[in-house]
Design a protein around this ligand. Structure first.
Ligand SMILES: Nc1ncnc2c1ncn2[C@@H]1O[C@H](COP(=O)(O)OP(=O)(O)OP(=O)(O)O)[C@@H](O)[C@H]1O
Length: 465
């Protein structure tokens, strides 16, 4: 029987052809080669690891039924991964021996994962990284500390930390792309030969659609499986695109299994991503999910000062403070304001004053109209915890009261100009060291305590209403 396995496989193909659409048959069965049939084991040659997975997942029932009919009872199926022959130039099912000699024999039972496909050697690739977005000019604050620290660890040892994938999420303009790019740039600096690729999900989707259209899905997948560090922005854009998601799922699996690094960004956490296949969502949560939050006042001020310093702009600290205090949503808005101010100052030959800043802000962004005071903070914190504000002044170690006081101190430092001593004075006659300790404690807890983070965020929102 071993001599005519090719003929028998041809008979299988005839039956398979009758049971599939033409495109599915051409895509998934014409590249398959019957390599050998020994001791009731049929070895099929497939071009890639992905190919093997796809057949197993989608066509195993059909294959089993057809093999039973043509080869008889008890036939076992094995795959040899890495048999790359272009079906368009070699439609005749032949050359099985040539394939066996050409690639190492890495067979696997149909139900087991084969050795990873020996990668083709690819040309140098353009990582699509923008050197402007590096770690050196990515400023840290409470809002991005966890994400940044994880990013730096990954850049040190891509694929070798527990943060794989790193899933970064946050609102628009808070610095996700900058961070993801900084990770890629640092990796390339340390190892210029690393195959790092940054791209948006939208571009991935377009490339995939083109690959389907031109019948080159295998090349597409093989290319992505050759990447060492895959950085994909705005993964939420794949929502509802099941075909692309399934392909990405296989790429993800392959890279993850081979200790390659994945970093994904999204405008929402995995739990809120709708229109995603569940198995992909599960994988998004395998590593670390970190939020890049809206920048706090301190961070906004740092970013502005740096920008002004870098560009040599004639903007006073007073104006910087005004902008930092009033443009709170994201960093992109901050940058936009600076550009607008510069433009107006140049065109009308005017100094950049608070007055001008006020006017620019009122037409460009949502301005924080309400002045946040310590009294307002006390009122909102106590309202949230349903507590009499007088209790903040009490000399007690009761946990709830201590925490409410500490949160009040933290928010007072964040939203008002009062000195630490003044804040301490108003909130329970404490000294400046106690206030400093409170701010540090709350900042640290915010990094790890999700419930506290949600509570503080809610209080902050109420301050703005
Ligand atoms: N911590 C930071 N330090 C310095 N610049 C920052 C920081 N965060 C954001 N920026 C700057 O703000 C701008 C917007 O950031 P970025 O594009 O990374 O936001 P994003 O979260 O990816 O937004 P989107 O989801 O809309 O793509 C960029 O110019 C970026 O350099």
């Amino acid at each position: 029987m071993s001599s005519n396995h090719v003929t028998l496989w041809d008979r299988c193909l005839d039956i398979i052809k009758d049971n599939l659409s033409e495109s599915a048959y051409v895509m998934w069965f014409t590249p398959v080669r019957a390599l050998s049939f020994d001791n009731n084991v049929l070895t099929l040659g497939v071009p890639s690891y992905f190919f093997y997975e796809y057949l197993e997942e989608h066509y195993i029932d059909l294959l089993q039924r057809v093999l039973y009919r043509v080869f008889g009872n008890g036939v076992q199926l094995k795959y040899q991964v890495g048999v790359v022959e272009n079906p368009k130039t070699d439609v005749v099912v032949a050359g099985a021996n040539k394939s066996v000699n050409a690639v190492p024999q890495v067979s696997a039972p149909a139900t087991h994962v084969p050795d990873p496909f020996k990668q083709q050697v690819y040309e140098e690739l353009d990582s699509q990284l923008n050197p402007v977005y590096n770690f050196e000019n990515y400023y840290s604050g409470v809002s991005n500390k966890l994400a940044r620290t994880a990013g730096e660890s990954i850049a040190e040892k891509p694929g070798k930390t527990a943060f794989n994938p790193l899933f970064l999420y946050g609102e628009s303009g808070v610095g996700k792309t900058h961070l993801v790019q900084a990770i890629g740039i640092r990796i390339k600096e340390k190892d210029p030969s690393a195959r790092v690729l940054y791209l948006s999900s939208h571009l991935f989707q377009v490339q995939y659609t083109n690959a389907v259209r031109s019948n080159t899905v295998n090349d597409f997948i093989n290319f992505y499986q050759s990447i060492d560090v895959l950085l994909i922005d705005d993964i939420q854009d794949l929502a509802g695109k099941t075909g692309t998601q399934n392909t990405f799922f296989h790429i993800f699996n392959h890279l993850h299994q081979n200790n390659k690094q994945l970093v994904l960004t999204s405008d929402r956490p995995p739990v809120s991503l709708e229109g995603m296949v569940p198995r992909l969502l599960t994988r998004f949560k395998w590593g670390l999910t970190a939020e890049v939050e809206r920048p706090d006042y301190e961070l906004r001020r740092n970013i502005l000062l740096n920008k002004i310093h870098q560009d040599g702009l004639p903007i006073s600290e007073e104006v910087v403070d005004y902008i930092a205090r009033n443009v709170a949503d994201n960093v992109r808005d901050l940058e936009g304001i600076i550009v607008s101010l510069m433009a107006r100052s140049t065109i009308f030959n005017r100094e950049i004053t608070i007055d001008l800043a006020e006017r620019v802000l009122s037409t460009s962004v949502h301005v924080e109209k309400k002045q946040v005071t310590i009294e307002l903070i006390q009122e909102k914190v106590c309202g949230f915890y349903d507590m009499d504000p007088k209790l903040l002044q009490a000399k007690t170690r009761k946990r709830e009261i201590v925490q409410a006081r500490q949160i009040s101190m933290y928010l007072s430092k964040k939203y008002t100009d009062y000195s630490l001593s003044r804040i301490g004075d108003i909130l329970g006659r404490k000294d400046h060291a106690t206030v400093l300790h409170a701010c540090k404690t709350i900042s640290e807890q915010l990094e790890i305590d999700k419930a506290l983070r949600a509570n503080v965020l809610e209080i902050e929102e109420s301050l703005k209403k």
